[in-house]
Design a protein around this ligand. Structure first.
Ligand code: MG
Length: 221
C-alpha cells in the first residue's frame, strides 16, 4: 500500500480505482494524431500499478517502447455519485502527481484491434504517484505549471490551464458513470511531449505547488 503525506500526517491510499483521461490537452491529442474529444474519454488503471516516490518503474520485456506521461492527480475525499461540477470541490481531498506509464507499442496494437488499454496501461509499477497530497483548498488546480524531465532535460512543459475539460467537469462526468470512493484517483491527462524511457533513466515529474515525484526506469531482467 502506498502512504502519502497529507496535511502533516501520513495516509494510506486505499484506492479502489484509478480513472485516467485520454487526450485532455489539445497539443497532446495533436501530437498523437488524434482529434480533440467532444466529451471526456476515460480508461482505468489498476491500483496495483502504483509505486511511491523514489521508486523503480520496470520496463517490461513484452514492450519495446514504454512512455512517461506526467499528470495532475485528484484524490477523492468522500463517496460520491452523480454530482454536478459545482459539487465537485467539496468532494476533493487534494492533489498530487501521477505519471501514467504507457507501453506505447502495446497500446497501438490494442487500438488497431479495437481492444482496451488494460495491458498497455496496467503493468505493475506503471503508476508512480506522490510525493505528497496537497489539500484541495491550498492550490488552484486550474492554473499550475506541470513538467517532466528525463536525466535532467525537460521533455514536457505545460500548465493545467491548457486542459480541455476542467477537474470539475471531469469528476462530474465520471461520477455519472461510477461511484467514486474515498482515495480514488483521477489522472487528468498529460500535456504534449510524451516519449520513451530507457534502462537507467532518471525521471522527475513536477507540478507547481505540489513538489517533485522522482523515479528510475529499469529494464525487466
Ligand atoms: Mg495519460
Amino acid at each position: 500500500m502506498i502512504r502519502l503525506e497529507f496535511d502533516g500526517s501520513e495516509i494510506d491510499l486505499k484506492t479502489t480505482k484509478i480513472i485516467a483521461l485520454a487526450r485532455n490537452y489539445k497539443a497532446h491529442a495533436e501530437e498523437m494524431g488524434s482529434s480533440v474529444p467532444e466529451e471526456p474519454k476515460i480508461f482505468l488503471k489498476p491500483p496495483s500499478a502504483m509505486i511511491g516516490n523514489n521508486g523503480v518503474v520496470i520496463l517490461p520485456k513484452m514492450s519495446e517502447r514504454v512512455d512517461y506521461e506526467v499528470e495532475l492527480a485528484v484524490i477523492i475525499k468522500d463517496s460520491c455519485h452523480n454530482i454536478s461540477p459545482q459539487e465537485v470541490p467539496e468532494n476533493i481531498l487534494g492533489y498530487t502527481i501521477i505519471v501514467d506509464i504507457t507501453a506505447r507499442d502495446i497500446q497501438a496494437q490494442a487500438m488497431k484491434a479495437g481492444m482496451s488499454w488494460a495491458v498497455a496501461k496496467g503493468f505493475d509499477t506503471f503508476a508512480p504517484i506522490g510525493p505528497k497530497i496537497i489539500p484541495a483548498n491550498k492550490i488552484d488546480a486550474s492554473n499550475l505549471d506541470i513538467w517532466l524531465k528525463v536525466n535532467g532535460a525537460y521533455k514536457q512543459r505545460s500548465n493545467t490551464r491548457n486542459m480541455i475539460f476542467s477537474v470539475e467537469e471531469l469528476i462530474s462526468f465520471i461520477s455519472k458513470i461510477m461511484t467514486l470512493e474515498p482515495m480514488d484517483i483521477i489522472a487528468t491527462g498529460t500535456p504534449e511531449g510524451v516519449g520513451p524511457m530507457n534502462d537507467g533513466d532518471i525521471i522527475e515529474a513536477g507540478i507547481e505547488g505540489i513538489g517533485i515525484l522522482k523515479f528510475r526506469a529499469e529494464k525487466e531482467s
